[in-house]
Design a protein around this ligand. Structure first.
Ligand code: GLN
Length: 198
């Protein structure tokens, strides 16, 4: 059974732990470098990327996470977690810093403010069945991807149609939306399989 941690500095940690456990992982919160050492993969949850960035420094997790990413550890970032995996952030705070993650540019709060949170169908390449009922909450979108970054999903309808909301770069996965909130386990299963294969 793959051991998968959820970075527990801030955000919807419990929902990801529950979804990962239901998807077949040994799931646990990770707050300390020693806890990170014990996991095969890591989820960075939704929340507030500026806060997660600050707490990553305070808890001395930045360097250990960057090292594990460099070593090939699979990481899945959702919403704020996607922002934390982006090499470039637009509309970020000047002092916020991500991990050494995916070669891409994301725009923070791109779809609008909290009141503009919305739901839309999203198809994910490599995930079978119905489109995801994707929930976006002050979500980022992806404006540029580098070579080696695979676009897995885009919004399919509405004013934000065609915006990139799911990407993968080798063992790094990111989505703008929150599959942990809808009871749809397909993305967590996809990530558990990625960790198992790594
Ligand atoms: N707007 C948040 C940020 O910038 C992300 C929102 C979320 O994770 N639901 O970090």
């Amino acid at each position: 059974t793959p051991v998968i941690g959820v970075l527990a500095l801030q955000g919807d940690v419990r929902e990801h732990v529950a979804a990962l456990a239901a998807a077949g992982a040994d799931a646990r919160p990770v707050r300390r470098p020693t806890e990170l050492d014990a996991v095969d993969g890591l989820v960075i949850p939704g929340g507030e990327s500026t806060t997660i960035s600050k707490l990553a420094d305070i808890f001395e997790m930045r360097e250990p996470i960057d090292k594990r990413i460099a070593g090939g550890m699979p990481v899945y970032g959702s919403c704020a977690g996607m922002i934390m995996l982006a090499s470039e952030v637009l509309d970020g705070r000047p002092d916020q810093r991500g991990f050494a993650g995916i070669e891409m540019t994301v725009r923070r709060n791109a779809f609008g403010r909290q009141v503009d949170s919305f739901e839309a169908p999203v198809e994910i390449a490599g995930v079978e069945g119905e489109p995801f009922h994707a929930v976006f909450i002050r979500a980022p979108w992806v404006e540029r991807v580098g070579d080696g970054v695979e676009v897995l999903g885009r919004v399919t309808e509405g004013p934000s149609a065609d915006r990139i909301v799911a990407v993968r770069q080798s063992n790094l996965l990111a989505t703008s939306f929150h599959p942990e909130l809808t009871g749809d386990l397909r993305l967590h299963r996809y990530f558990v399989e990625l960790v198992r294969a790594a």
